[in-house]
Design a protein around this ligand. Structure first.
Ligand SMILES: Nc1ncnc2c1ncn2[C@@H]1O[C@H](COP(=O)(O)OP(=O)(O)O)[C@@H](O)[C@H]1O
Ligand SMILES: [Mg+2]
Length: 239
């Protein structure tokens, strides 16, 4: 399999989100929300977006279940290449100044872990209010619902993307851009992958890689549903 990011619909929707946040007028707030199930490609898409912006022109942090206001701020400081300043307020001021100086948008991945923590969420709002630079919160299904209870932050969300399951066209793109050039997968097998994967990118790529490996091992340049049969595509649990 080739290693590259395929510009499927969810990726392009996020590019549009970012362009809208950056090009917005001064009356439109600038918090973005990107959400969807695990394995759908959110983190990969954010990395791609940040590369588009130029890696030094954005900051990215991911959150952890154990995060506290202090560990969260420390991670942003580390991303900015700075040591912590105490009291915490000084670190927050430093981040605000740095974001303003360099016009850095802030990407916050795995935000589900912190959406229940008022002090962290208020800090994010402080960072946004003091810079008015785009802040993009990325998380799973729960985040959109839970953030709606935080009116202060919710009112500042002007752009959002809900990651959609890959459709057949997307699966087709993954296959044509990532498979070894010697291997071709038939439309009916791509549709089978789409259905079985529930449109989850991680599973789609696992399946394509399995088929590719098997085709190369058996010297096949074309695999269709009939040839693949009921062989597993990825680990599935029986309900
Ligand atoms: N557009 C894409 N092009 C290529 N690979 C992708 C793409 N989106 C996701 N992937 C792959 O799918 C897997 C899951 O993606 P990830 O970004 O971790 O999902 P999420 O953050 O939504 O849980 C990763 O291995 C990643 O490399
Ligand atoms: Mg992720």
């Amino acid at each position: 399999m080739k290693h590259k990011i395929v510009e499927v619909k969810n990726v392009l929707s996020c590019l549009e989100l970012m362009e809208n946040l950056q090009g917005r007028s001064s009356i439109t707030p600038g918090i973005g929300l990107v959400h969807g199930p695990s394995g759908f490609g959110k983190t990969t898409t954010m990395c791609w977006l940040i590369n588009q912006l130029g890696a030094r022109n954005a900051s990215y942090v991911r959150c952890y279940a154990t995060d506290t206001p202090s560990s969260f701020i420390a991670r942003i400081m580390e991303e900015l290449g700075a040591d912590m300043l105490y009291p915490l307020r000084k670190s927050v001021d430093f981040i605000v100044n740095r974001m303003n100086e360099r016009q850095l948008p802030l990407f916050i991945d795995e935000a589900d872990h912190i959406v229940g923590q008022s002090r962290i969420m208020e800090t994010i709002r402080d960072l946004y209010d003091a810079t008015e630079l785009p802040v993009i919160l990325v998380g799973m299904e729960e985040i959109a619902r839970r953030i709606s209870h935080r009116k202060q932050l919710f009112n500042r969300v002007s752009e959002w993307v809900e990651f959609q399951p890959a459709d057949l066209e997307d699966v087709h793109e993954f296959a044509s851009q990532l498979l070894d050039d010697r291997v071709q997968v038939a439309e009916d097998l791509l549709e089978h992958i789409r259905k079985r994967s529930g449109g989850e990118v991680r599973r789609i790529l696992t399946a394509l890689e399995k088929i590719e490996r098997s085709a190369l091992a058996n010297d096949l340049d074309f695999v269709d549903l009939d040839a693949w049969g009921e062989q597993p595509l990825f680990l599935e649990f029986r309900r």
